[in-house]
Design a protein around this ligand. Structure first.
Ligand code: ATP
Ligand code: MG
Length: 228
């Protein structure tokens, strides 16, 4: 599946996560990657039942609705609900297999993840198969990138990382899958955990996530004591 000499692949982004709720950390990274990595489009895929964490605080229905409210005015952002519809635990590899089959061959899929997710990547279901389906684009989160750069990744993951790391977009576009690119994006110390805690304790969450999402949270009384 590697391109011939003169051929290059166009890149499309896939952003998986719990999005409980979506916030400006996710959105700003997505916006910057469209430009910095030259992504044609970026597909948000909320997990139904994430495998490596407890049950989300809110239902797939609400998390999807918040995502929709957050991305509605961006023509390059796409909402993909396949994991919320599929029964059982959500596995990114299953979505990536499907997307690979559905996507034109001249497009390379780029799975986006924060550095906190990447350091646990070798715990993901069928993680090595993921390299056969897409590239990985890793973005920093405060305190995590040093783990990747200081050789303190789990051994098997570190080996893959060393073999697969690319340092420029041009090289990324020369393959359809299997490369890892650390993308420079604005470091934003925003997490859904902090937002949920603030909402629970009555602290402000303004400017951490879009007003449309906050409004949805208020209207549906999410993340308050006794909610869901
Ligand atoms: P939680 O605190 O509930 O884990 P979160 O803020 O980490 O929520 P997730 O839905 O778990 O959000 O994250 C989905 C993806 O987005 C992950 O790959 C995560 O690393 C990445 N991500 C989340 N927040 C940021 C951020 N502020 N900057 C960069 N990447 C982020
Ligand atoms: Mg997280």
């Amino acid at each position: 599946m590697y391109a011939a000499d003169s051929e290059t692949f166009s890149l499309v982004g896939i952003y998986g996560g719990t999005f409980d709720p979506i916030h400006y950390g996710h959105l700003r990274v997505a916006e910057e990657l469209i430009e910095a990595v030259d992504l044609q489009s970026l597909r948000f895929i909320p997990a139904g039942l994430p495998r490596l964490r407890g049950k989300p605080n809110t239902s797939s229905f609400h998390r999807t609705a918040m995502l929709r409210a957050a991305i509605q005015n961006n023509p390059k952002f796409i909402l993909d609900t396949r994991e919320t519809i599929r029964p059982g635990e959500s596995h990114s590899v299953v979505s990536l297999r499907e997307l690979r089959d559905e996507t034109e061959r001249n497009l390379a899929l780029c799975f986006i993840m924060g550095a906190d997710a990447f350091i646990r990547f070798s715990e993901w279901y069928a993680w090595q198969e993921i390299f056969k389906l897409c590239h990985l684009i890793v973005v920093d989160r405060p305190g995590y990138l040093s783990t990747i750069n200081n050789n303190t990744l789990p051994k098997a993951l570190n080996k893959e990382f060393k073999q697969r790391q690319e340092f420029c977009i041009k090289s990324l576009k020369e393959s359809s899958h299997g490369r890892i690119f650390i993308a420079p994006t604005t470091l934003l110390d925003i997490s859904a955990t902090t937002i949920r805690q603030n909402l629970l304790t009555g602290k402000s969450t303004r400017y951490l996530l879009p007003d449309t999402v906050l409004e949805y949270i208020r209207t549906n009384q999410l993340y308050s004591p006794g909610a869901e």
